[in-house]
Design a protein around this ligand. Structure first.
Ligand code: HSE
Length: 323
């Protein structure tokens, strides 16, 4: 039987999921023993031209999507807390699995959604919310449950890392490097979230919930972006063999959690020094493993689509998950 899926949002990520499901139809069918069909796409602007099969329901009305008989999975690729949260919640309550890339929404409502999903016997996949194509959520969920995790240190915003790399390697001015990140589809619709550190902050909060089961108070987390760094700062650091990296850090301090997101100068022996371009990396320090660094593309159409599709395919039929 065909697995019926709906796609919420048709921006960079939504298009990536749509195209990847079509281009990897055979592989998906082999993995799931069933075909996956995108039967509906939720859009915002009905007047925009889109390359979507005419057999697919394209609508601005979420109710129409929820009413599809036998809908099994919803890929949520819209931006912001609402209506993302309400749509995910309603999909779960209707008995659909939900795969989301929405970090702003999930940082705040992930705990509620995971609990609801458990109650309704469905799965919420959120691998794509954090570090793009890097399978960090899965690694922590499946391979680091006995270890005591002491600290996480990460590059979580592809746009910022790309800008810093372009400024250093090609001596591009900040604005030009940002424009290139936007052309590549790395930046958010509002790139302020990327360059001011907000995007990395949300991702760090998602990691905090998973690793420590809670989050630090948001107003106590220091959040700074890369937007204040000048080409002169970057060049001066380079002359000393140092690099600026936008680093998100999280650790337990006594009974409290400490977190920060800010540009940090690192030397060549630092685990994140060599992470360049759009790549993200997450270093986890833990009791048994010592330290492990996962790295790979942190943003972009297909790496993010890859995270969503693999998340769906590997979790399908395998319940429950950690809450
Ligand atoms: N704008 C985000 C980034 C996209 O640059 O990392 C991936 O979440």
């Amino acid at each position: 039987m065909t697995i019926k899926a709906a796609l919420l949002g048709f921006g960079t990520v939504g298009q990536g999921v749509y195209e990847a499901i079509n281009s990897h139809r055979e592989q998906l069918t082999k993995r799931l023993n069933n075909e996956v069909e995108i039967v509906a796409v939720l859009i915002k602007n009905p007047n925009k031209k889109r390359d979507i099969d005419p057999a697919v329901l394209v609508t601005t009305d979420f109710e129409e999507i929820l009413a599809i008989p036998g809908l099994e999975v919803v890929f949520e690729a819209i931006v912001g807390e609402e209506p993302g949260f309400s749509y995910c919640l309603r999909a779960v309550e209707k008995g659909c699995h939900v795969i989301t890339a929405n970090k702003v929404m999930f940082a705040k409502y992930g705990k509620i959604l995971l609990k609801k999903a458990k109650e309704h016997g469905v799965r919420i996949g959120y691998e794509a919310t954090t570090a793009g194509g890097v399978p960090v959520i899965r690694t922590i969920e499946q391979q680091l449950q006995v270890n005591d995790i002491q600290k996480v240190e990460a590059i979580l915003n592809g746009t910022s890392n790309f800008i810093l790399t372009e400024m250093r390697e090609k001596q591009l001015p900040f604005e030009k490097a940002l424009a290139r990140a936007q052309q590549h589809g790395y930046a958010e619709a509002d790139p302020g979230h990327d360059i001011k550190g907000k995007d990395a902050f949300y991702k760090l909060m998602i990691l905090s919930q998973l690793v420590f089961g809670s989050q630090p108070r948001w107003d106590q987390v220091e959040v700074k972006g890369i937007d204040r760094l000048t080409p002169a700062d970057i060049e001066k650091a380079g002359r000393k063999g140092l690099r600026y990296k936008h680093i998100a850090e999280l650790y337990r301090y006594g009974n409290t959690l400490k977190a920060s997101v800010k540009p940090v100068l690192v030397a060549a022996d630092h685990a994140l020094y060599a992470i360049e371009g759009v790549n993200n990396a997450v270093t986890i320090y833990a009791s048994l493993i010592g330290s492990i660094t996962l790295s790979g593309p942190g943003a972009g159409k297909f790496p993010t689509a890859s995270a969503m599709i693999e998340d769906f395919a590997s979790g399908y039929g395998r319940l429950p998950q950690l809450v």
